[in-house]
Ligand binder design. Sequence first.
Ligand code: BGC
Length: 733
Amino acid sequence: MAGKYSKQANIEVKVDSLMQLMTIEEKIGQMNQYNGFWDVTGPAPKSGDASKKYEHLKKGYVGSMLNVTGAEEVKAVQKIAVEETRLGIPLIIGFDVIHGYKTISPIPLAEAASWDLEAIKTSAQVAAKEAAAAGINWTFAPMVDISRDARWGRVMEGAGEDPYLGSKIATARVNGFQGDNLNSKQTIAACAKHWAGYGFAEAGKEYNTVDISASTLNNIVFPPFKAANDAGVKTFMNSFNQLNGVPATGNTFLQREILKEKWGFTGFVVSDWASIIEMTTHGYAKNKKHAAELAIKAGSDMDMESYAYVDELANLVKDGIVDEALIDDAVKRILTVKFELGLFDNPYKYCNKQNEKQVTGSKEIQDAVLDMAIKSIVLLKNENNILPLKKEGQKIALIGALASDKTSPLGNWRLAAEDNTAVSVLEGMQTYTRNTLNYAKGADVNTGESVFTIELAINTKDKSEFPQAIKTAKGADVVVMVLGEHGFQSGEGRSRTNLGLPGVQQELLEAVFKVNKNIVLVLNNGRPLAIPWAEKHIPGIVEAWQLGTQSGNAVAQVLYGDYNPSGKLPMTFPRSVGQIPIYYNYKSTGRPNNSGLVFWSHYTDESNKPLYPFGHGLSYTTFSYNNFSVNKVTKDSFKASVVVKNTGNVTGKEVVQLYIRDLVGSITRPVKELKGFELVSLEPNQEVTVSFNLTKDELGFFNNKGDFIVESGDFKAFVGGSSETILEADFKI
Ligand code: BGC
């Protein structure tokens, strides 16, 4: 039946004519999203929740499903929707394709560390291709929440702390997932989430209250969402948190005023998982019916797993509490995306088992995730050039449970990837055969199972394998220690108050250090860690995050210098948890400088400085910066330029970063704001002039009414290879 809607002229007409045929229940059904419920290729469920969902599906009261994957499985549910319901409207099939589907890319925070927008786009593109081949046509990504709090577990899923970098990455990811043509079998609809403010959960505690100023909202939180909208993202997801007293799901200001009216967003908003019903526990809605009313009025178009719309909306309309026009608007938005995906022309277009087999884990995808992984690594410290490792004649000790782990490097949010499918660091290093490699675990990171839904138990006691590790380290030329967080220590529901090396790993590091100081510490983590002892004592520190399927190959290539590291931190690393929130684009206090008395803005027991600043990352070569200037081009545009030279012995890449400071503002401006960056590759002695254009977009800011303004006055520009910049210049608007 579905085919008949496709013959007409354009999508708007098709949607309108389909909607003429729909009952109110069928319309509300389109706004209902269910989690995958029973073995869809098996017999129909006879009782309980699954059977209720199944009955709804057969009646056409389900518009979307999530967590049904695989060409055959998706085909089975799609078949019910298309062949057994009255109107045969196909389902949109959603899934969290966050950093890959089965073949896993680095966690998004790691990808952001590449500052390589092309690689990030390609990573999303191949993820879309692999997911689409498994029947999925909609990903709940990218997460574009800015966060300044490393305690929050979901920083692993975003692009870090900066709205400018975050906006560029949001655009790259949306373009990667959606491509130029949503109708293609290789692209899927994207979803900018979580709208909005989720990354500012108080104290970094998951789902916590968010209370932030209009200025922070407009200038820090909103920009990446705006960028995603400008890139044509098809959907938004609202968020679990309340924002300044109103849950995001019931927030009219966010969903209607800003998103749909001011920004003209034409796609649809899906709630987060049960976030509609959770408005009752927030103390905002009286009951499910009230929650449904508040959510639809505020602009939430689709209900993920609350049963609030499917159970309550029809009555709310009948009782005259909810205007049917609101339902029509939501349904129109949802159907439009389905038409754009081409689902009405061919509902089974994503369901080809043969193609799924060919595409899953293909060489093209493996190559892309390896490329992304090596580019995501950040060299944090390299004293006396302990790195790169020599390729022959070396006795290398490799220590740490994470070094041989083939699951943890997949990180969190990799629901379709199987355990034990990542290349471990041990395997990656074994391919360099002209050295002697001895491995010792030292200590487990966790005890018990590691799964998505359950708290990870950390090994805080068992040190029985320390002696073996110490013995292995003793005679080695270099000790490589892979330490840090397990992949399931960050992600949703994984806030931490302690950001050191988990469990007994700090003790292991210090014990090994006692017998061999020549240590390269390879960090695995889904968030910034506070590791001041390591920074002080360990000569080589490599930030290797959770790098996905090709993890070990990427780490080995960087350790051995086959790839010269080029990543830069997208988030500040604190020295201590007490400094959080710590971020480079802070505002100046009235007393920023040490006057000799205690009355200045500081801690009595810790420095104000971070452990590693935003934008930091070393290379096996060095770069010089010279001749920085800012010149007026037109009335309100400037060109900044700088000469960057490779002053070392090997070819390397540098992320040249441009920051500005608006010295006086009607709303105070940050001490530095990133406003441009360029990734350049230079051979030894090669130099290049890097230019940046500063236009209104870079020079202005949002006032508290949400208007973008540019104020005349004095500015400074800064340039360098990190937010602790090297050169500065003054200019005036
Ligand atoms: C998360 C979302 C995710 C959804 C569906 C929620 O718990 O907050 O980001 O897309 O589940 O899996």
